[in-house]
Design a protein around this ligand. Structure first.
Ligand SMILES: [Zn+2]
Length: 489
């Protein structure tokens, strides 16, 4: 059977405002003692009044703008009524009929093909408390109660598990660029439910969907969808395609989904306008002001890096991975420009930017990953890093000593010039000096030189090796090799 998967996502992004959504409790309560960051408002005591945190609106509008959504000039909070032990109010304050924003889209790229994912809406709501199941008992931590969420509902525009994963990864990157959420799935500040159904290719009808919950990583989203496509394909082939809407939970350890409940009809939450919070009005001026605060986003940055610095797409993507990496790169390039004349920079631009890109993405990242840190926390400033690149560029140090210099800079934060001087790392480029050294090597290795002359050419590595050893790694390997080749002709 030729079936296609129709996939949509429902995503919750926890916004990292300083305080919670409707009270002044701290919103940074990840590691604090359970039930220590609470007040009568977020505990839902009768008679308390919510007070909307303006920052929640600002954060959500920025995210909505980045996802090309239209901001509604008027939106309304509504009570979504249901009973659950982690919901002391007996209702969630959410948006239903008049959400903050609607009708957006987001472009992802799969195998060099651009795919447009429609976004139905983004609205704001408060989070519930957290139930924890410990030794057969359920405990409730109210620290999370009242933290702000942006809920994003996409159109059913995904056709593969990978597209869903790519979307979520890009969404995480955007949230971090905007500095509105860490959007870490493992920590639960990015959560995602998947809706999926199959249909014969060419059919335009939508069949009853299956909702998948308990997805705690990008990988589990991908795996759960893969599993569900396989499971539902088998049902279709047996002539038993899903006839009603169901909810299934993903079991990470087994990489399968299990039936949780069957829905005959949609839940009745008895939404009604929240009487304690005024309607929200968002003016064009406010939207313009927030738009200005949005930094250059990854897609634009990648394009600019390719044009401005003449680097490859793949490098531009790596350097735009986080704002901090991109800033380190750009600042290094601009610091480097103060070390050479404008003319030299223009002439050698692509060589220089390639050199900088190469040293950041290989050696510097290796050191950063080994220490499990981030570029914003290292001891090397773009200023010192540009000076280091300049020494490599001038050939003052060869690449093996350059690695040693970088390691010392990374560990101590010292500047490259003094490291090179103190450790005597300066490369020997002087041809007279290297000429003498080459002659000495030939004299002392008579047998090997004969072998080389009679055709065993890979002995050249051996000779260059001796030269490096004798000079403590300082001989310019290319020059000494040329001299040796000429002498041994
Ligand atoms: Zn509170």
């Amino acid at each position: 059977m030729n079936l296609e998967a129709i996939i949509g996502l429902e995503i919750h992004v926890q916004l990292k405002t300083k305080s919670k959504m409707f009270c002044s409790c701290s919103n940074a309560s990840d590691d604090t003692k359970p039930n220590s960051v609470v007040c009568p408002i977020c505990l839902g005591h009768p008679g308390t009044l919510p007070n909307l945190n303006e920052e929640v609106i600002n954060y959500a509008v920025k995210l909505a703008l980045a996802l090309n959504l239209k901001i509604n000039p008027r939106s309304v909070f509504e009570r979504k009524n249901y009973f659950y032990p982690d919901l002391a109010h007996g209702y969630q304050i959410s948006q239903f009929e008049y959400p903050l924003s609607q009708n957006g889209f987001f472009i992802i790229e799969e195998d060099n093909k651009k795919i447009r994912i429609g976004i139905e809406r983004l609205h704001i709501e408060n989070d519930s408390a957290k139930s924890m199941h410990v030794d057969g008992e359920t405990l409730i931590d109210f620290n999370r109660a009242g933290t702000p969420l942006a809920e994003i509902v996409t159109c059913p525009d995904f056709r593969s598990p990978r597209q869903a994963k790519l979307f979520l990864q890009k969404l995480r990157q955007i949230c971090r660029y905007l500095n509105i959420s860490d959007a870490d799935m493992e920590k639960g500040n990015l959560r995602c439910d998947v809706n999926i159904s199959l249909r014969p290719r060419g059919d335009i009808k939508l069949y009853p969907k299956t909702e998948i919950k308990n997805l705690n990583s990008f990988k589990s989203v991908e795996k759960a969808i893969e599993y569900e496509i396989k499971r539902q394909t088998e049902l279709w082939e047996k002539g038993e395609k899903p006839e009603i809407q169901t909810t299934r939970g993903y079991i990470d350890a087994k990489q399968i989904t299990e039936l949780q409940r069957e829905k005959e009809e949609s839940n009745d939450y008895r939404y009604f306008p929240e009487p304690d919070i005024p309607e929200i009005f968002i003016s064009d001026e406010k939207i313009d002001k927030l738009q200005i605060e949005i930094p250059e986003l990854p897609d634009e940055k990648i394009k600019r890096f390719i044009n401005e610095f003449e680097i490859a797409l793949n490098d531009a993507e790596i350097l735009s991975n986080t704002i901090e990496i991109s800033e380190f790169f750009e600042n290094t390039v601009s610091e480097f420009q103060t070390l050479v004349s404008q003319n030299d920079y223009k002439k050698e631009k692509s060589k220089i930017t390639k050199l900088i890109t190469g040293w950041i993405t290989s050696e510097l990242f290796k050191l950063i990953n080994k220490e499990n840190t981030n570029i914003e926390n290292i001891k090397i400033s773009p200023h010192d890093f540009s000076k280091f690149i300049f020494e490599v560029y001038k050939n003052t140090i060869n690449s093996s000593n350059a690695q040693k210099v970088l390691k010392i800079m990374f560990d101590s934060g010292a500047d490259p010039e003094s490291i090179i001087k103190e450790n005597d790392f300066t490369q020997i480029n002087d041809e007279n000096e290297l000429e003498k050294l080459a002659q000495k090597i030939i004299n002392e290795n008579a047998a090997q030189t004969e072998e080389y002359k009679s055709g065993k050419e890979n002995l050249m590595k051996y000779f260059v090796g001796i030269a490096m050893k004798e000079t403590g790694g300082r001989a310019n390997p290319e020059i000494i090799e040329t001299i040796l080749r000429n002498k041994l002709k």
